[in-house]
Each structure stands twice: as C-alpha cells, then as structure tokens.
Design a protein. Structure first.
Length: 317
C-alpha cells in the first residue's frame, strides 16, 4: 500500500516514522522543510502537493494541528479533494471536530473515496514506538482495508463505529486526561504545603485508587520540573473546547469542562500558548509560594514496551 502522510509534528512525525521504519512506500509533506528533509534522507518521497499525494497513493493520512488547517489541506486548489478518486482512502488522524470530519468525509464520499477518522491516544512516547492506541471511525470495509497499516501505527485499535465517532471519543478522553492533570496538580501542591514528602506522595497515589495513566506519566515530568509531555496549553484549550462544543450541541450542561477551559486560558495568558500543559501547576506554585519538585523523576517519558504488531480491540456486548 502506498501512503501519503501530511503533518510531521509532535505526533505525526512519530507515526510517519513507524510507517517508514516498517518498510511502507511513504510520501511526506510538512511546512517544516528540515523535518521533511530528514524523512527523505531515510527513504521517504517528497509530496509536491496534497493533490499529487492522493493521486499517487492508496491512502493519505492527515495529522494536523486544528480542524481549520485540515480543511485548508483538504479543500485548497491543490488539496486532497482535488485529487480524490474511487477507492482512495483519506484518514484523518488529527484531533478534530466531529462535525467537520463528517462534512469533509461527505465530500470524499461524493468523489467515491473512503473517509476514516483515526485519532490516537496515549502520548507521544507511545506514538514513537508504534504502541499508541487508535480509535477508528468509518465503514467497516474501509477499516479492514486500513487495519494492516493501523497495526503498525498502534498497539490497540478500536473500531468505534460510523465516521466521526472516533473524534468524539478522542476529545472525550482528552477531556478526562485534562481533568486528571489539574486534580493531580492540586493534590501535589496540597501535599507539599501539608509537609508531605512528594516522592512518597507519588508512590501513594500510584498504588491507590487514585492512580491513572496521567499520574504515571505527567506527574513524573511535573516533579522533575521539565513539565515536558510534548503537549501544549493551546492544544488543551482546543481539545477540551471541542468536547465542550459536542456537549453543547447535545444539550448537556457541563460544569467541570468550562472550568478547565478557564484554567488553561489563564495558563496560556501567563505562560504562553506553547508552554507544556503540565506546567499548569505553576499557577498553584505561584499562588502558594512553593515548588512542586522532587528528585529521581525523568525529564521526559520514554516508552519501554517493545514494539510489536497491534491488534483490534473487540467491544464486549
């Protein structure tokens, strides 16, 4: 299968790297020329335009920073839609808006193409090793065509149902992760002010009912002080905002979500849009005149699971 990959950022570059490492015929495109050059040096082809990429590929993947950027890549004069034809697959791996995915997907279908939304979850460290989780929304027949590729990109692959369903679940899980991050920041700051040893506090949470994936990853870089989880405050605001929009369309009166958006908007105002998201703890550190730091924790999270072929997660009924 010939694959085109557009968007080689924090997540996209790692996903595309897994495809190249596993021998796929890969064509790449990104605004960062240095990043593209590095892929070409490793054997990838250069995509002259999104139109040319879809014309010369069986599958084109987009992994871009916002729904607006995805729309521009899809609908531009030399965009993906301009080159779409029967049997071609467009896979949206960006974290996007359900309604926008469906809108663009309908345009792909009108050209006899096959759309899928396939966002990932689990952090950049797992994207780098092909061990990330993937949600995939779209026709079952298209999912099965893509499954060999998805098994290289990720460890656990869930077919979520119709087009757009994966995007709903992606922002839902990012919302949960954000709520967990903020609560951990509050817990560690309170522990510090109460005179608790933070190494002991980390272990207490880890072995308790309060443990979570976010604790075992983001808490470590918080305590190290790097706060580097390869995810920024502007992306948190975007993702939780997308979740909030879904809830509003469905008439769900959320209480926590708007508060999280306000917290991160304040963080963005104080520290900048590209500040690492775990550094939201600084708001509490500054308010309390303390530092949430401890020795013995890594500056970044590295996936120590060996890379192996992924598998489909079967939903229990």
């Amino acid at each position: 299968m010939k694959i085109g990959f557009i968007g080689l950022g924090n997540v996209g570059g790692k996903l595309a790297g897994s495809l190249l490492r596993n021998g796929f015929d890969l064509t790449v495109r990104d605004l960062n020329e240095q990043t593209v050059r590095a892929f070409i040096e490793k054997g990838a082809n250069f995509g002259e335009s999104p139109k040319q990429m879809v014309e010369s590929s069986d599958l084109v993947i987009t992994c871009l920073p916002s729904p607006a950027v995805s729309a521009a890549v899809m609908e531009g004069q030399d965009g993906i839609l301009a080159g779409m034809s029967a049997g071609k697959i467009w896979a949206e791996m960006s974290t996007s808006d359900e309604a926008e995915v469906i809108r663009l997907g309908e345009k792909v279908q009108n050209l006899d193409g096959e759309p899928m939304d396939c966002p990932v979850s689990g952090g950049c460290h797992r994207a780098a090793t092909g061990n990330i989780s993937i949600f995939a929304g779209g026709e079952r027949s298209t999912f099965e065509k893509m499954l060999p590729v998805l098994k290289v990109l990720g460890r656990r692959i869930l077919h979520t149902g119709k087009l757009g369903s994966a995007s709903v679940l992606k922002v839902l899980t990012n919302y949960l992760a954000t709520a967990n991050l903020v609560s951990l920041c509050e817990a560690f700051t309170t522990a510090k002010k109460a005179g608790m040893d933070l190494n002991t506090t980390y272990e207490a949470i880890r072995i308790s009912s309060g443990n979570s994936f976010v604790h075992e990853t983001e808490s470590q870089v918080i305590l190290n002080g790097s706060r580097d989880i390869n995810f920024t405050m502007d992306l948190v605001i975007k993702d939780v905002g997308l979740f909030q929009a879904i809830a509003e369309r469905q008439g769900v009166p959320l209480e926590v979500s708007p508060l999280l958006i306000d917290i991160f908007k304040d963080g963005k105002k104080r520290y900048g849009s590209r500040e690492w998201s775990p550094n939201i703890v600084r708001r509490l550190e500054e308010s309390c005149g303390t530092e949430v730091l401890a020795l013995g924790f890594p500056a970044e999270i590295v996936d120590d699971e060996p890379e192996k072929s992924g598998e489909e997660v079967i939903v229990k009924r």
